[in-house]
Design a protein around this ligand. Sequence first.
Ligand SMILES: Cc1ncc(COP(=O)(O)O)c(C=O)c1O
Length: 394
Amino acid sequence: MTTALVDHGAAWPLPIAGGSPSKRAVVDAAALRANTAALRRHVGEDVALMAMVKANGYGHGAVTAARSAVDGGASWLGVSSAEEALQLRTAGIDARLLVVGWTHPSSHSALILAGVEVMVLDATAVDSLAAAARSSGRPALVHIKVDTGMGRLGLRPEELGPLLQALRAQIPPVVLSGIFTHFADADGVDPDFTEEQHRRFVVAVDAARRLAPDLVAHCCNSAATLRFPHMHHDMVRPGIAVYGYPPPGATGVVEVRPALSMLASVAQVKTVRTGESVGYGRTWRAPSARRIATIAAGYADGVHRAQSNRGQVVVAGVRCPIVGRVSMDQLSADVTDVPAVSVGDEAVLIGSPGGPDSPDWLGADEVAAAVDTISYEVLCAISARVPREVLHQP
Ligand SMILES: Cc1ncc(COP(=O)(O)O)c(C=O)c1O
């Protein structure tokens, strides 16, 4: 048998050679705390809040996001994999923690020992968790995931009966701690399908409560948390709203503000002559003499290559078009309209160091719209190579 060495990126971010990195993401932990607190107030005392901190806290840094959310009133945290859960436990975060995604049976003992709760959707997982619980001498807390219409992960409602039987046979050491579902279109214009998913969920919750009267029922992502209070049940699971980007159709319900800005330094400024090209594939040619700044961030840092000739950056408060292809480590912007740009100045790729109220704010949603994607993807894409600087540390 060969032993694989798994690089979980523990060495990231890279050490900074001196004072200033060539690129950075600035994360305002106070904004994350305040957003969580605002969501907490919205759902009221009787509903628990699970902050989704998967995918490195939607790019903000998993540990920063987790600590800030807990400080803001989240009593649960949600992640997508065993690795993400164990990373938080290793960092000393002891809030209740659920892995909403699939977990390999070989991770079950470690998860149980770390007090992490696990999603189940079939008897195989229940049996694996029961065996791991017996050998570790600790209970396995599980949440059933029901597919009420997303068509993705989860058991069909008609498969719930057999799963409850399998669970009954393994309680204890297995504990049925929760049941949940995920909405496919909670931010859509028409609420009908979400209402239908919710009706199916309520039937499943009633059946599961006969086995575990105290289980925690939860189904609301950010959009549903903000739009459908009658669906809150025992707990809500907002993600993107914690990071300050309420989904369309749910803006203004709760006051939240974006917490992240991404900046990269100008590495060179040069004048290109009429007709000269910039970047791979020569996809942009100067229509006249232009001043071009080469900026030290590219797709390896999470700048979408689709921003080539489409996106914008902000230099000295001025919106400047990205010209030519975004490459692995660099992008180019036309800074002809910026009165003074020098090497070492920072260009803003997302957000603004002045915060969301500053006139030059470039939201992740705006960056996303330029390349037909969503703020989630823009934020999650910020790679491990970009050091996160945390303001107002938890
Ligand atoms: C199971 C689950 N719950 C909650 C969320 C949070 O969703 P949102 O970020 O839209 O609030 C997600 C995110 O994809 C999820 O997968």
